[in-house]
Ligand binder design. Sequence first.
Ligand code: AMP
Length: 412
Amino acid sequence: MITKPKGCYDITGVDSHLYRQIEDTVHSYANVYNYKYIRTPLFENAELFKRGVGESSDIVQKETYDFTDRSGRVMTLRPEGTAGVVRNFIEDKLYGGAINPVKQYYLGTMYRYERPGNGRNREFTQFGVEALGSDDPLIDAEVISMSVNILKELGLDVTVRINNLGSVQCRENYKQALLQYLKPHMSSLCEDCQKRAEINPLRILDCKVDGQTEFLKGAPNILNYQSEESNERFHKVLEYLDYLDVNYEIDHNLVRGLDYYDYMVYELVLDDSLALGGGGRYNHLVNELDGPTTPCVGFACGVERIINLLKERYTENNQVDVYVMAINEEEKMKANIILQDLRLSGIVAETNYQERGLKAQFKDADRHGAKQLIILNSEDLAKGLVNIKDNLTKEEHKVPEDEIIDYIIGVI
Ligand code: AMP
């Protein structure tokens, strides 16, 4: 038997129902916040993620799915959505247009070679938004509150954990202070963190191993290394969030796994769940990828992690509105037409596709949770009538054939 690849899942049953619900919510929120849908390729030149996501990130260091195509080009299955959106922004020269910022959203599968389990898949789905071209804290607040509101609509009242990484210069000053603090204890850090100390020491702060130690909890606070300008813009974002009643906690050790962030970064959590999503400002990425300097902000949320939480509260409702019963060929022919009329009127209709007797069809209707039963028989049909039975109250009515749809709409 050929099985699915490790860390990948078939999305079926309740999961696929919730997947669709999330997808619909994302599309409708993106519409009212005026973000436009963008689909970028599932794979890109490997270089894009090396330079975009960052050579020092865990993702590029050990999690990308790379392959060489038949012409010898090195490609990578996308591990996240931002780099592709930014590549498109530069390639299609969307900068300098009349509309600024350019507001895009995406929804699609991502690939990371992670150890599967506990909310980590190798193929997973993210939705996210990117606003490219504005440095206004108002749009930071918009992006954060939009992600919070989407999750709220889905029934998840999340908390925002937020931090300020500041400008390149603020970060550099802080890096030096952090390294100074870490220096005498370098050998007690985990192997990964010893490497991080050389390439991106900030990542040590949110290391799953070292990040939890008292020693690191006592590390210098990045918020004390911000310039006045950086501090002001961070507090402006918080002020806007206050007015929007967004629930946030400042976490000065929050760094996030992608290298491109500066200034505000945030994550969305529910109680002590794994992060459901997160994002932040990235004012240098467009430039890094050979475009003009463009301030940007965005977020990404993981659909599977959301589904896992929603599933705990989900009660299945797979009721069909109407079940049409027919035995002989004349009745089946009529059922054929009635079913189409019902469905084209937006009514969920089901029938019997096997040579079953009436008793078996009643049982089948119950299995489908049918609310109304249309029980066809030749005698009624000869008079232009059908027999409709309420499957709950068991009341029956003879209804003229051309009034079926109106009748059903009135009772379901
Ligand atoms: P990131 O792109 O790393 O900032 O992640 C954003 C969100 O995507 C996370 O908060 C998760 O909800 C989701 N996510 C990231 N990696 C995975 C994974 N391996 N499996 C499932 N969801 C993930």
